[in-house]
Design a protein around this ligand. Structure first.
Ligand SMILES: [Zn+2]
Length: 383
């Protein structure tokens, strides 16, 4: 997904982030509503009022999309899938989960939860619009109308059966339920998604050529769907390739751990001596607290190395610790792992056993591809 997101809040225990691109979109919506929509709807409105209403509308839209993503996230969590964060970005939001839905019914409920929330939000604004008395100031009517319409638009867009949009996930869940195979269901749903994407691109360019430049938006959305469908398919293939491979099997490097109370100056000695790029950081009982990477050390001013401890500087996201018997496929879905590129593998007592890195995973993927090509039973899939 584009750009790194900025954490803005934590709601119901789930971190919420915005992509810098989203701020641009809020600006564009504010501008287009302030310059075009509100002056057309409210006679005699001042520029300040018009842009103010534009910004308020953009932020309400932001809240609606957030509610949609929480619909997905809360259902996923109730079904036992970990929700890492919710990101708001260019074309809406995305709830990042680690792990995959376990059954077709889980996937179906999860996929429908967001659109149901959006339908409720649209219906509430629609009902308010109908209930407003004739004496209501036109600015209020215009604001309510816009929210009802934009939420209907989001609902319609999300229900397009193009994977990975919600409608495509619903389609995948139904295919999955029928065939019993998430793999083939994902393949078919991704193919349908790509076809829809290409149709949107074609439609967008044709309307743009006909003079409606707004049509380019459809092309942009089409490109997004084509890329995302391809990405989801690849992700799924990786998950399938790694199903049943445990973190303990894939980890490399015997764990040399850094006691949390060591200063960064002392930690530097570890990096120099062992030539690893990261170490699990442990408490006094030897339990893993997090990971310290050489990049984190390098980013800390040298003047502070003496008074900063490894424990303070370590990345302490629990998503960076994985049990030796846990599935690697599950780790791949964790944003924290994607960001840091490594995780500490721990035993039942929480003591570090080793480190599993993105490089280990990539090597195993290459080996499993080779295995697919040669059919060599001694390939990486052998367990
Ligand atoms: Zn959704």
């Amino acid at each position: 997904m584009p750009g790194r997101s900025i954490r803005i809040a934590r709601i119901a225990g789930i971190p919420v982030g915005v992509s810098p691109l989203w701020l641009i979109i809020v600006g564009l919506i504010t501008w287009s509503l302030g310059a075009g929509y509100y002056p057309g709807q409210v006679p005699g409105i001042t520029a300040a009022q018009s842009y103010g209403l534009g910004l308020a509308s953009a932020l309400l839209l932001f809240a609606s999309i957030l509610a949609h993503e929480f619909g997905h996230a809360l259902v996923a969590r109730r079904r036992g899938v970990r929700v890492e964060e919710i990101d708001l970005w260019l074309l809406g939001g995305v709830a990042r989960m680690s792990g995959q839905p376990r059954t077709a019914d889980d996937e179906l409920q999860f996929a429908l939860a967001g659109p149901i929330v959006t339908a409720v939000v649209a219906a509430v604004f629609g009902a308010i619009a109908l209930a407003l008395p004739g004496s209501t100031p036109p600015a209020v009517t215009a604001l309510v109308d816009y929210q009802a319409e934009v939420n209907l638009l989001i609902l319609g867009f999300n229900l397009i059966p193009a994977f990975p949009l919600d409608g495509g996930r619903v389609a995948r869940a139904l295919l999955w339920r029928r065939s019993g195979s998430i793999d083939s269901a994902t393949r078919i749903a991704a193919r349908i998604g790509s076809v829809f994407g290409y149709l949107l691109i074609g439609f967008g360019f044709l309307t743009a050529l006909a003079g409606a430049f707004g049509g380019l938006w459809f092309a942009v959305i089409g490109v997004f769907i084509v890329l995302a469908a391809g990405g989801e398919r690849m992700q799924e293939q990786i998950v399938v390739a790694f199903a049943g491979v445990t973190a303990g099997e894939l980890m490399s490097r015997p764990a040399v751990s850094l006691p949390a109370e060591l200063s960064l100056a002392e930690a530097q000695g570890y990096f120099a001596r062992y030539r690893f790029t990261s170490f699990p950081v442990v408490d006094r009982e030897g339990r893993a607290l997090g990971i310290l990477t050489i990049d984190q050390l390098a980013r800390t001013a040298r003047g502070r190395w003496e008074q900063t401890s490894a424990g303070e500087r370590a990345e302490r996201d629990p998503a960076l610790l994985i049990g030796e018997r846990e599935d690697v496929a599950e780790l791949l879905g964790r944003p924290a792992f994607a960001r840091l590129g490594r995780a500490a593998v721990i035993d039942d007592a929480g003591r570090p056993l080793g480190v599993v890195s993105v490089t280990d995973v990539q090597r195993a993927i290459r080996a499993s591809r080779l295995h697919d090509v040669t059919g060599d039973p001694a390939g990486a899939r052998r367990r």
